[in-house]
Design a protein around this ligand. Sequence first.
Ligand code: NAD
Length: 495
Amino acid sequence: MSVPFRGNYLGGRFIRPKKGNELISEDPGDLFDPVGRMVVSEEAVDVAVAAALKAFPKWSGLSLPQRIGKMKAFRREMVRRQSALAILVAREAGKPITESNREVDRLIAKVEETIVAGLKLVRPFSVEVDRGVKGECVWRPLGVLAVIGPFNFPAHTPASHLVPALLLGNTVVFKPSEFTPFVGQMIAECFDAAGFPPGVFNLVQGGASVGVRLVAHHGVAGILFTGSTAAGQAIKKATLDSQKLLALEMGGKNAAIVLEDASLDLAAREIAQSAFSMAGQRCNATSRVILNRRIAKPFLDQFLPLVERVRIGYPLEPEVLMGPLISHDAVAKLQKYVKLAEEEGFEMIRPGKATGLWGKRRGYYATPSVHLCERPEKNHSAHYRKEEIFGPNVAVYLVKDEEQAVALNNEVPYGLITSVFTRNPARFRKLFPKIDTGMVNLNRGTIFSSGKLPFGGTKASGSFRPAGLFSPYYCAYPVAVLQDSRPLADRRLPF
Ligand code: NAD
């Protein structure tokens, strides 16, 4: 069933572009039934930024409790549309419905988490600098913030920027992924129904060219981006001659390190889920398993049968773990890397295949694949080994000790998350300071994270401005205010 297009959301109204390019939102799990169609135009960016600039003084001048009141109304509108939004996420992103429901739950939780815990991080404080000299730290909003979202978490990742940005007094222009525009439209409907003042929240639809125009716009003070490292780097280059704040959440090439004393049953289950849920299309998916060679056979004896049991299917069917990939290009990319793996000396121990059909549905389906590297001390330059694939493929590397495991973990250009499996917490505590990722999990797969903690990576995974609990830090800036009330006679001055 097709979803009607309402338009961009500009200055408090849905407005359809009079002319522009057609954007078709496919259902990647059922290509015979597109989600909807729309017309997109780059010019809408200018209207959106102008509306956001106009709304900024009044919105930032409201008290925090007033803005919290509006955000709670937004939350209520989300709750009202909860299941409709989850279905849209499942259809547009190809994400299994259980995961889609979880994503919407997390979005709703984000409002409360930010109000209760996140805002505490940016609380003003006073301090006595000297006798008679009072110091204060206050936080100010930046202005108009551009929020650019990815396809794979089309509701939750934009919300983790939008919610703190608006609470702290910024106004926003949100551009969803071109693969998930109707999820973006429903988020706009929630802001509209919640009665946000015109121009505080704006939505522009379109692909990369709309994003390019938005980030370059002189009225934009900061860019809160979640997506690939290539697009994040392009944004960095496009903003080099400005002072725009960049909070970039980018790609990953995450590893699970399995030490020889680990529970192999637990490790195999956690890794299979982290590698293949959502067809490996998560920034925090496990794409590398770093395994002590002494436990290679018992681990693989447990792991490979689980890979066989991964339930693939249409995202709205129950108990599906893995839906389709997002696009034809995503399937082609997966196939390119599988071919490269073989050319670069990896052994395929569980072949996968791309298939345009699953049951009666035509879509971008692929089955999981596993490669093995017995001698990781060779082959350092392999592309397959270093680059993000974003598909249902995992490489298993056999290592002799912890030192080699950590070196292998740290060798990739990314630094998002690492899992360590061991029964010995003391061993974990010794190991984890050597791991160079922004997040480290003990005995949990890489896909597990909490909104009560920061979320973000090092190196090509981020710009050292983690989201999650820490998002408020990049939605406001601190101003130091020093007030000296001592009389002139009490001051020591050189002249
Ligand atoms: P993508 O980079 O292709 O697109 C993301 C967004 O950026 C889209 O809205 C797109 O239109 C826009 N865009 C693309 N080029 C742009 C440019 N030059 N200027 C401005 N905007 C531009 O990413 P995707 O395929 O939608 O998402 C998958 C990627 O996102 C993966 O690399 C994944 O690891 C990453 N991701 C990271 C996190 C995280 O928190 N670190 C979370 C989810 C996804």
